[in-house]
Structure formats: C-alpha cells, structure tokens
Design a protein around this ligand. Sequence first.
Ligand SMILES: [Zn+2]
Length: 198
Amino acid sequence: MKPIGLDAGHGGDDFGALSPGGHVTESMLNRAVAHAAKRKAPDLFELIRLDDEHLTWRERNDRAVALGHDLVIAIHHDSLPANPRARGLCAYHGVDNDRTRDLARYAVNNAPSELLLGGRVICAHDDQSRVGDEWLQRPERVINAYTADVLLLELGYLTNRANLEFVRSTVGIEANADTLIAVALRWVKLHREVWTSW
Ligand SMILES: [Zn+2]
C-alpha cells in the first residue's frame, strides 16, 4: 500500500506562525498533528518531516517522491496578528485540480466544529487574499513545492485566543489528526483501485 505523505510545515529554526508571546510555535503544532495522525493510522501515512529539523522545499519533495506519494497533505496553522478575531480552517487546493478541490471541500466539511466557528474557506492556491497590507497566505509556495497533488490545510489561527486554546490541546490535536485521516480515506476510496491493508 502506497502511503499518503504528511508534511508538517516549518521546523528547526523556522518556527512558522507564533502565538501571542511566542510560547506556542506553528512548527511544534504541525509536527504534533502529523505524529498523532501517523500513530492513529500507521498504514495510511508516511511522515515527510520526522523531527524538529529544517528541510528545504527541494528536500521535502525529494522525500515525497522517494516515498512514492501521489498525495501530500501539508499541515500548517495560521496567524494574523493584525486581526486577532480571524479564526477558522483554510483548505487550499491546486488551481484547476478537481482531485484536491474535492479534498479541500471534504476537509472543511469534516473538520472539528470548534475550528469552524470562525468560518471555513476553500481556496485555489492562487487566490491571494489579504487584510489591509498583510498577506493572509502564500499558499502557492507550498502547493508548487511538490510533484504530487497537494492539499494544504491551515488548521486554525494561533493569533486567535479560542483557536489557539483548541489547537494546542490534546483534544484539538487529536481532532485535527482525525480530519487528516478522513481526508486520506476519501483519497484512497476515490483514487486507489485496491485497498487491502485498512
Ligand atoms: Zn505555515
């Protein structure tokens, strides 16, 4: 069985987004969600980033190619310091990519309700939404980094108090991992002919 690639964003000296005060790093949470999903569904996933290490985009893609992934789920968390009320889940798919568009829709429909209070967003990766002068996302960097199909999930805002409390909790990490499992099982059902080991 070909596993689906889970790529926990950032790592090493690249912390990604930070909570107010900087106690919680996106890098740490991305890794926690990836490990929780791998622990719950070991046959379904392979981790692209294993440790707290810095990987270039090239290294990430090389690992995904070497592992034979046809889908990479890139795990991230958001921040928007200029608007602490911004919260919710964002799912990005490739432009004109029906396979990952379907997954993005499925992800937001199966995400923990605590995360969706602030709304759900499904975007093609060239949508460049911004608030004021602040870019919400540069999702094209992530989506274009891999040869495989990519679903980019931003699993809540570290700059929103309610989202932060949820995504750093054990319950929140497990719930986000469950979203990854639901998405992966849908991918397998739709795009793999044989599924024997689940
Ligand atoms: Zn990130």
